[in-house]
Every structure is written in structure tokens, then in C-alpha cells.
Write a protein that binds this ligand. Structure first.
Ligand SMILES: Nc1ncnc2c1ncn2[C@@H]1O[C@H](COP(=O)(O)OP(=O)(O)O)[C@@H](O)[C@H]1O
Ligand SMILES: [Mg+2]
Length: 254
């Protein structure tokens, strides 16, 4: 199954929430997913209840000490695997920023160290197109772009699309992508207008499923739980399950 980078240069749009809960939904479907926390803020690791102070146990050790990815995988709940992130990741840009080879590091590491052939891998990216996000996009078969339905996020998504077009030229192949509208409140005109604008501009790239703004999704990270553990009957759980099924059924994980 595919490697998916969850990316948007804008922060606070639901990247980490989407990465965690799509991975958790895949786990419930017995797909044995692996989530990789490639954000120095390590919010995904925190939200899984699996943050660690020891950078040697995190993906930072893969970049700094060439530790194999396989040795960094840990359990993060029923059927869910995680390679945690760490603040040390913030130094990778400064250390390797000038080398073009570094963009390939994660792809090589996944090919060498992990034989997750039939298992999906989701990479939670940081909100910047630096070395780390480039690693994720180069390693990925597809990019999932969470967007919140407001004016500034709309500007952000056009920037992501432009950046991916530039990368496509450099890589010499198209980058499959899906846009998912998160934090959606259908009562707000700006949300409805944003969704309509996205559908008009990006067509089938926009997921049919939207993820509603719900309190369970705001509160669950503080408990180190995904939405299916924290509030299995909530709208957030329903939406992330529907999103995951839509992505699976439309072949995004192939
Ligand atoms: N659908 C949602 N409903 C309510 N709160 C959400 C939703 N999606 C994300 N959040 C909250 O919004 C904040 C930012 O989300 P996050 O996933 O961390 O964004 P990003 O990774 O893009 O910075 C977090 O506090 C998260 O709990
Ligand atoms: Mg995040």
C-alpha cells in the first residue's frame, strides 16, 4: 500500500489530526498502518500518547545517526504503529539544507528498512516546505492536503498546489493529491463558499467527505487518544471513518 504525506504549508489546518485519525481508522480496518511524525513539534507523538524526550528513539536518530527506521517503530495503540518525532528534527534543515541528496533520505530509508508492502504509511509533515517536508513528498505516492474552510486557508492551498507543480517538474512525474476540508462548519457561509470554490477549482481532487469542527477532535489529543478511542460515537469519528473509506475505495492508498 501507499506512502501518503499529510502536508500543507499552513499550520492549524488539521494535518496532525487527520494523520492520526486516518491512521487509527486504518488500524480498525486491520490495515496495520505506520504513522511517521516528521514535525519537530512532535504533536502526532503527543496525540498518540507516545512522545519521548530521548531523541535516539525518534526519527531524528534516522537523520542524525543513520539508525534504521525499523528499529524506531513502536506501538501506539491497537494495530497502530508510530515512528515518533522530536524537537531535534528542527536542526535537520540547518545540517542538511544545502545538499540535494538529503531529499531522498526518507525514501531510501523506507525502501531499505521497512517492508510494509501491504501496509499504508502516513507521514505527518510540519507547516513548511523545508528539507523534512521535501523528504516526505519525495517518499510519498500521494499527498493528502487538509484545508480548513476559511479565507486564509484557501490562499494556503493554492500555494501548496503551486509548490507541488514545481516539484512535479523537478521529479518528472505527477504527484497524486487529495484535498480534505477539515474543521468544517456548514452553518458558516465562509465555510460553504470555501468548499464550493475548492470543488470548482480542484474538482475530483477534493474529497467528498468533509470533517466537521467538533469538540471531540479538539479535546482528544490532550488525552493521548485518537478519536475512535476518545469518542467513538462522535461526529469526528464518523467523519474520519468515512474519509478513510473514501480514500481506500478511490484507490488513494494503492
Ligand atoms: N475537525 C476539528 N474539530 C475541532 N478541532 C480540530 C479539528 N481538527 C483539528 N482540530 C484542532 O485544531 C488544532 C490544530 O489542528 P492540528 O491537527 O494540530 O493542525 P496542524 O497539524 O495542521 O497544525 C488542534 O488543537 C486540533 O485539536
Ligand atoms: Mg501538526
Amino acid at each position: 500500500m501507499a506512502v501518503i504525506a499529510v502536508f500543507n504549508q499552513k499550520g492549524g489546518v488539521g494535518k496532525t489530526t487527520t494523520c492520526l485519525n486516518v491512521a487509527a481508522a486504518l488500524a480498525l480496518l486491520d490495515k496495520s498502518p505506520l504513522a511517521i511524525d516528521l514535525d519537530p513539534q512532535a504533536h502526532l507523538s503527543l496525540a498518540c500518547g507516545a512522545a519521548t524526550n530521548d531523541s535516539r528513539e525518534t526519527i531524528a536518530a534516522f537523520y542524525r545517526e543513520e539508525k534504521s527506521l525499523l528499529t524506531l517503530v513502536r506501538n501506539a495503540g491497537e494495530g497502530l504503529h508510530l515512528i515518533p518525532g522530536h524537537l531535534e528534527l528542527s536542526k535537520i534543515d540547518a545540517l542538511h539544507g544545502r545538499s540535494t541528496k538529503v531529499a531522498m533520505r526518507l525514501k531510501q530509508g523506507l525502501n531499505e528498512g521497512l517492508a510494509w508492502d501491504d501496509q499504508p504509511i502516513l507521514i505527518d509533515c510540519c507547516p513548511a516546505l523545508g528539507v523534512l517536508s521535501l523528504n516526505a513528498i519525495v517518499a510519498a505516492d500521494g499527498v493528502l492536503i487538509p484545508v480548513s474552510a476559511d479565507f486564509l486557508s484557501m490562499q494556503g492551498v493554492h500555494r501548496v498546489d503551486a509548490a507541488l507543480r514545481v516539484l512535479e517538474k523537478k521529479l518528472g512525474h505527477t504527484i497524486r493529491r487529495r484535498i480534505v476540508v477539515t474543521r468544517f462548519d456548514a452553518r458558516r457561509k465562509v465555510a460553504r463558499d470555501s468548499l464550493a470554490e475548492l470543488r470548482e477549482r480542484y474538482g475530483d481532487m477534493v474529497c467528498e467527505t468533509t470533517v466537521a469542527e467538533t469538540v471531540g477532535l479538539t479535546e482528544s489529543p490532550a488525552h493521548g487518544k485518537n478519536i475512535f478511542e476518545f469518542a467513538p460515537n462522535s461526529q469526528g469519528a464518523t467523519d474520519y471513518n468515512a474519509l478513510t473509506l473514501e480514500l481506500l475505495n478511490k484507490g488513494f492508498f494503492q
